[in-house]
Design a protein around this ligand. Structure first.
Ligand code: ATR
Length: 284
């Protein structure tokens, strides 16, 4: 029941209407009988500063931050976690006397990988993409000591990201051209493949950068795309005998990580997974 004591958590972004986070977070809060609610706030680009002041003034306890605010929000926060600082983007904020920003996208990816691969940080990983999602994943894995190769359609961006990672974490990152032949060669020597591009996202469900012929049964393949849940890449990976992790799992794990930051408690992952899946089915 919502009372005068109920704590508020939320999401700021634009658009937020199709977010699965409210359903996913509320199901976990309810299951644990915590006196919190999680709501979505649609905040346009030009009202971010006002929104941050409002959140603090209203005593809201924590928020997730999504497009288009993940980078710009940083100048409105008192303290930023080291990894989030390196990534250059924040997706979770804990609000108390002071505000502290985190990035749980990379942590979510790592936690999702742990469900299928033992010690993913010790594995050889090929990351497709060099955008915001790739940055979060690559920095988080590099900090944990992973051996990473980055491949992007625009190779200059992969090079820039790799150089930045080396500069900030001291870890060397390799690059490979995004051609099927070159990727196949690198994959032979890899344990993990992560698609952190938008390729395969609805309505272009049939697109994939790689097919089964380039993959193998020793791989664990993770896709950040969660609409559809089973992307073409994951279907191709299954055909090659590889293990797969879908984007919904990463979404759930980044949400679980945010939940821990706000409440100091570990949420019931199964409940969150079920709620995220149901919410996806209802809103798509
Ligand atoms: P996000 O923040 O979700 O990562 P982004 O910063 O726009 O979004 O990055 C999108 C990523 O998907 C980029 O790596 C992009 O490659 P480019 O840097 O060459 O644009 C990649 N991407 C998008 N469409 C693609 C396609 N059709 N083939 C290959 N890569 C694609």
């Amino acid at each position: 029941m919502i009372t005068g004591n109920t704590n508020i958590l939320g999401l700021i972004g634009d658009p937020v209407e199709h977010s699965v986070s409210p359903h996913m977070q509320n199901s976990a809060l309810e299951a644990m009988d915590l006196d919190y609610v999680y709501v979505a706030f649609k905040v346009p680009k030009n009202r971010l500063s006002e929104a941050m002041k409002g959140l603090k003034a209203l005593g809201i306890k924590g928020i997730n931050v999504t497009i288009p605010h993940k980078r710009r929000i940083m100048k409105h926060i008192d303290e930023i976690d080291e990894t989030a600082k390196k990534i250059g983007a924040v997706n979770t904020i804990k609000i108390s006397e002071k505000t502290k920003g985190y990035n749980t996208d990379g942590r979510g990816a790592l936690r999702a990988l742990k469900s299928e691969a033992e010690k993913p940080e010790d594995k050889r990983t090929l990351i497709l993409g060099a955008g915001g999602a790739a940055r979060a994943i690559a920095f988080t894995l590099a900090e944990k000591g992973a051996r990473i190769t980055v491949s992007n359609r625009t190779p200059e961006k992969a090079k820039e990201l790799s150089n930045e990672i080396t500069q900030k974490t001291g870890k060397r990152v390799k690059n490979v051209e995004q051609s099927k032949e070159r990727l196949k060669t690198v994959l032979k020597e890899s344990d993990i493949l992560i698609n952190s591009t938008s390729v395969g996202m609805h309505p272009k469900d049939d697109e994939t950068i790689l097919k089964s012929a380039q993959m193998h049964s020793g791989l664990t393949v993770m896709d950040i795309v969660y609409n559809p849940v089973k992307t073409r890449l994951l279907r191709e990976a299954e055909k090659s005998g590889a293990k797969t992790i879908d984007g919904l799992e990463m979404l759930v794990q980044q949400g679980a990580s945010a939940f821990e930051i706000w409440t100091g408690r570990s949420p019931p992952i199964k409940t969150m997974r079920k709620a995220a899946r149901r919410s996806m089915e209802e809103t798509q």
